[in-house]
Design a protein around this ligand. Structure first.
Ligand code: ADP
Length: 209
């Protein structure tokens, strides 16, 4: 096992729950290359595309994703933060995209943590409702929406683990982390997983290269 603190260049950490379900942390990586059943888009409420991971997903998936997003908007209006909807993956390897809207960070005392936790929970619930078995998350809200990744990472992980406990189909969740700073933040949480707000048993394997 290699110490992650000083040598995070590229890593995989796998956490396995007693049920056999896994949560993987991988990077640096581009979520648009993922082959899980679904990938998650950190969208904005308009669902009409944007920069960051949103732009990359629409570019990679092609116009079919935007066409479905437009239909959803005409049905429900804009998507509130903390909720999620599903579309095709278009040309992506992943069959589906789950679009969720993270909170815009405004100092941390405006309910941001609860909204961010809801994004992860709702995506897993929606994936489960569609009998999907695997999905990949980016670090929602930590780009343009300004959520400090050191605060966002433990929320992302705890809320994912909690949601997995009550899932029937989702058995594998991946965090696909785009840059070194984000990798380090997740690695730090996984170095002291006892700090997580999660009490069920699990085991952790780490591989670093
Ligand atoms: P938000 O508006 O929710 O902050 P961003 O897309 O600006 O969304 O950033 C969210 C995270 O997604 C950031 O950590 C950013 O580095 C990362 N990101 C950007 N492009 C990709 C990609 N192709 N794959 C995975 N993560 C990405």
């Amino acid at each position: 096992m290699i110490g992650l603190k000083t040598r995070v260049q590229d890593f995989t950490i796998r956490l396995t729950l007693e049920s056999g379900r896994t949560v993987e942390f991988d990077g640096p990586g581009d979520i648009t290359s993922e082959t899980t059943d679904a990938i998650v888009n950190a969208a904005n409420s308009s669902l009409l595309g944007g920069g960051g991971v949103d732009g990359a997903i629409h570019r990679g998936g092609g116009p079919a994703i935007l066409a479905e997003c437009r239909k959803i908007v005409s049905r429900i209006g804009s998507l509130p933060a903390g909720q999620a909807v599903i579309t095709t993956g278009g040309n992506l390897a992943a069959m589906h995209v789950l679009h969720t809207v993270g909170p815009i960070y405004r100092g941390g005392d405006h309910g941001e943590a609860a909204t961010l936790a809801s994004c992860y929970r709702e995506c897993i619930r929606l994936a489960d409702e569609h009998a999907l078995q695997s999905l990949s998350f980016p670090a929602i809200s930590t780009g343009a929406y300004g959520y400090p990744v050191s605060e966002a990472a433990p929320i992302a992980i705890s809320s994912t683990l909690d949601a997995l406990l009550s899932a029937s189909h989702v058995a594998r969740v991946r965090f696909v982390l785009f840059d070194i700073a984000t990798l380090r933040a997740y690695a730090r949480v996984m170095e002291k997983p006892k700090n997580l707000d999660f009490n069920s048993s699990y085991r952790i394997e780490k591989k670093s290269s």
